[in-house]
Design a protein around this ligand. Sequence first.
Ligand SMILES: [Zn+2]
Length: 375
Amino acid sequence: MLSISARQNTVTTETSRQQPTETTQALRNLPKVELHRHLEGSLRIETLLSIAMEYDITLPSVTAETLRPYVQLMPDEPRSMQQFLSKFAILRQFYRSEAIIKRVTREVIADAAEDNIRYMELRFTPKALNNIVNRDYQEVISWVCEAAKEAAEANNIKVGLIVAMNRHESLDIALNAFEAALALRGQGIVGVDLAGQEANYPVSLFRVLFERARAEGLGITIHAGEWAGPDSVRSAVEIGATRIGHGIRTIEDPDLVQMLVEKGIVLEVCPSSNVDSGAVASLKEHPLEKLYTAGVRTTINTDDPLISGITLSDEFARVLNATSLTLNDLKRMQILASRAAFLPSSERTALAAQFEAWFFPPPTRPLRPQDFAQA
Ligand SMILES: [Zn+2]
């Protein structure tokens, strides 16, 4: 069950899969921004079943509920990076055609719109989508761009696409995907990301790519400070990232905290994902609140909604429950997120102004007698 105290917006919740109450409904109704969500971790279980039937893919289980533990972290499972990543093993088998890649892109965007996300940056890894279809990267990326544009228009949501490369794959693979994405900039690509195994593959291996991204004016976000410490975050900032995926281990280094505050670097924090991957022991111990209180620009994101079994609204409820952050704090984080969107500056300003007007409208002037005078 979920309950809320009106004074503090304190929410308590047991699991994410339950009937919506007044508060979860209120959080769903809240217009939202999400900057960090992976296409490959956001599929619908029902879609996996339907694609498996159509393409004759063998699954370990054939109903939504029995398949769930293979693609989603269950409450009684250990929380570790291996366990978390093991959920992607089945998901990787599904990208078999243009129709499937377009379908899942459309559905992920429709699901975000259903949760009242008004602006989302959706990231995807061309290499992951291309492993089976094995086409030209530009072709595969164009499928995502086309489906995203169509779904955004159909669902009243604005979407920017981020192309993600993996640290543990070669620079050549990353550059191929990156060059293909550059050619499709006008089709909705707004930024680049580096993901994958952080500890053994420093960002410096990809310097040439980020120099090019900077020269082209693409947004740069880099996964850092999740599986490696503060130096990894520092290197990501030095190479040009204005946003950091996770970045939670920044809290271990006060000088780095100060540097992020001064430079206005934005952290794309994904609290449930950090717990589910074992990077943080529990939401109560998560450094989000400390980072926010220290003045770091923090935002809240889902990372992989399917794996963690959450929506962004669920994530808000969990943060309200586990911390002393208030609904107004979450609204401020939404405004920070809108100001950090990888959009042309005029569109970014308009987006932020829209969220400011929704969340903190100027006080209404009291009516005066002359307001009722006949013209
Ligand atoms: Zn991520």
